[in-house]
Design a binder for this molecule. Sequence first.
Ligand code: SF4
Length: 334
Amino acid sequence: MLIYIEKQARDYPQTKKILEKFKNSQVIYINNYKNIFDKNYTNLNSKKALIVAKLNSNSVSEAPAWYGHTKNALFFKTSLNCIYDCSYCYLKWAFKNENMVVFVNYEDIKREIDEKIKMSEFDWDVWFYSSDYSDILWMDWFSWFCEEFIAFFEYLNLSPSGAKYPQGDRGIFMEIRTKSWNIKPLLDLWFVPKNTEIAFSLNPQEMIDKYEKWTSSLEARIVAINKLLDLWFKVWLRFLPLLPVKNYEKIYWDFVNELNDKIDFCRINSTFASGLLYTKKDYNKMLSKYPDLDILHMLALDNDWFYRESKKVRDNFYKMFKDLDNRCILCLEN
Ligand code: SF4
């Protein structure tokens, strides 16, 4: 494996742990990760390289209102790019090459999250989404994200620091979204987290085979879900993106029935469904890069300025998932 290490990231404890983990790797020290990551090129051996860097810009950004559970939500990043290869993923055009970046200055990122909360006037629960730039759970074996950030979010809600944290029943929560069965980092924790939900993205196996290359099988994810439920973890199921392929109604009804048979929904903390959806700008970028990706041609510009499935198709999907769990939240739907 090839590892690029930014010189300014060299002395961080995380960097040392990564080097210990990948003892036999070729290591190249670089001045700035963007010199590698922001270039259009393919690695000589055509395998993805790992880039270890220090994040000097903001980690936290605002999510659209009502993106998920509540009005207030934020994204934060500790890494960029993903080992998986989902055909519809916006990362495919967002970054210039497929190398993965891990930022190792975790304490700076935690400080930024803390500051963001102190400076904001939140009336609702606040959700931090951690996995919009990579599959955090998959890569935990060399990023140690869970032990660092799950513990941090437990502490945040206890902090008597005088910050304007949400009061009463409100709190600060993190979501880890994944398509991986790798729950070892969660099982290795010394506590069961109250403020982190593990959100499994699920789709029928037929869709996984066709559009979600390298991700864990549906069966493996269901086993992981049931194991976490047995240990009282908060588990969230995300049915997304729902894909309106030929025969989608049969495929998805079979899927819903399979989930109903294999998962006890009374123990699932929350569920969430969404069709495939892009802003106009993102859609045009995807289309110009992947003109033959069939699912892109199943979308149209809606009057909310998103490219998405028709309202009729979305309603068909939502009926299935409301039948499965009537608490199911619908993404960006009035
Ligand atoms: S798992 Fe998520 S982040 Fe990774 S390629 Fe698929 S959609 Fe993108």
